[in-house]
Design a protein around this ligand. Sequence first.
Ligand SMILES: *Cc1c(COP(=O)(O)O)cnc(C)c1O
Length: 471
Amino acid sequence: MNTEEFKKQAHEFVDWMAEYFESVEKFPVKAKVNPGEILEKLPLNPPAEAESMDEIFRDFRQIILPGMTHWQSPNFFAYFPANSSYPSVLAEMLTATLGAQCMIWETSPAAAELEERVMNWLIQMMGLPQQFEGVIQDTASTATLTAFLTAREKASQFQINETGFEGNEKFRIYCSTETHSSIEKAVKIAGFGKSSLVKIGVDEEFKMIPGLLKEAIISDLKQGFRPLCIVATIGTTSTTAIDPLEEIAQISSEYKIWLHVDAALAGSALILPEFRWMINGIEKVDSFVFNPHKWLFTNFDCSAYFVRDAELLIKTLEILPEYLKTNSRGQVNDYRDWGIPLGRRFRALKLWFVIRNFGQNGLQEKLRYHLQLSQQLKETINESDDFEIMAPVPLNTICFRYNPSGINDAAQLDKMNETLMHKLNDSGKVYFTHTRLNGNYAIRFVIGQTNVTEKHINNAWDLIQEFSQGI
Ligand SMILES: *Cc1c(COP(=O)(O)O)cnc(C)c1O
C-alpha cells in the first residue's frame, strides 16, 4: 500500500466508522452466531500473496461484523459499560499512527509527561488525595495484581523479590464475598495461594461487614497468619454495592494492613461531588484503581491506578538493564517501573482528548443523566405489579426479576427469569446479563453507554414486560 492508497482507504474507513456509530442500533446487540461459525469462514492458511484492502474490508463486513457484539449500542445493558466516544476514537487513530512505545520517558517524553498531567487532572476531578500519583494500566486486574505485589514487597522488606517466599508464606488477603474475580486471580498470580484469600460476609445491601473483617483479622493473627492487604470494593460487579470505606480504613490503619480500593466501574462517579462520600477514608488508602474504559467514554483499554507512595511501587517493579539506562533517570517518570509490562501504549492521549472535548461539566452531565435514568427505572420497576427490585441502586445498575403473584417456587422463578432474559437477548434488540443474589436469579440492567437515552430505557422496559407474558 502506498500513501495515496492509504489516504483513500482511511477516508473510506472514517465514513464507515461514522455510519457505524449512527446506525449501531440496527445490528443485533448480542452477536447471533454459533460456536465455530466464524472460524469455519476463515481460511486455514495465511495468504501467500498480497490481498487488496477491498477484499479484506469486504470480509470484515461480511464475516467479522456479524460475529461482533455491539458494546457501543445504546441498547447494550449487559455486564458493564465499556463505553467509547468520538474524541476517544479520534485519539486512538493518532496513537496507532504514531505507533510509539511509551515505556520510558526517553522513548516518548510527551507521552510520559502527558500521562503525569492527565493522572493529576483525574486526582483533582475525583477528589483523590493530592499526594496520590497515578499511572495508566491496561486493566484493573493488572492494577490489583500490582497492588498485591507492592504490599508483599513492603511487608517482606523487598525480600520476596530477592529470594522468594521462604519464611513468608503466611500472608492473608481480605475482600468481601461480592468481590470481583480478578482479586482471586491476582492472589494466585502473586504467589499467596487461593487459600490465603479470606472472603468477608456482606450485609443485606451486599456491602462488606467491617465487624466480620476485624474478627477475621484478629483470629488470623492468633493463628500466626500475617494480614497483608484488604480490598474494599466501591461498586461491586453484581449490584454496585459500596463497601464502607471509612470503617474499613479504620481497621486497616489500626492493624497496619495495606488497603487497596477496587472502584473499576464506580470510580467514574467520583467526578460528581455528591458521590465523594463513597471514598470517605481515602486518606488511609494505599492504592486505588478505576477504569476510564468503563464509564468515562474512553475506549478500552485505559485503567487508572493511583498509589499513595510511588516509591514503593517503583522499588517493587523496577528493572534496569544496561540497554535501558538513560541520563534522564530520576528527573522524570519512567512508567515501565510502575507496572508489569515493559512496552506501553500511548493511552494518555485518548483520555486527554476525552477530558478536553467533554470538559468536566460535560462528563458530569452525562453521568448525572445515567444516574437519573437509573433511579427512574428503579421507580418504574418498584411500581410495577409483576417485577421487583433485588438490590439497592446506589449507582447505574438495576438488579430485578419477574415475580408475578402466585408463584412461590424459587426454582421456577429462576427458570422464568432465565428464559425471559434469553428471549430478550435473542431478539437482538437489547442485551442483558444476570447474577445471583441470595441464591436468586436476577437480571442486571446497566445504564452507562455513551449515547443511551430515556427512549432506549423505555423501549427496553416495554420489551421486558411484553416478553414476560406467557413464559
Ligand atoms: C470490571 C471490573 C473489574 C475488572 O476490570 P478489568 O479492567 O477488566 O480487569 C474488577 N473489579 C470490578 C469491581 C469491576 O467492575
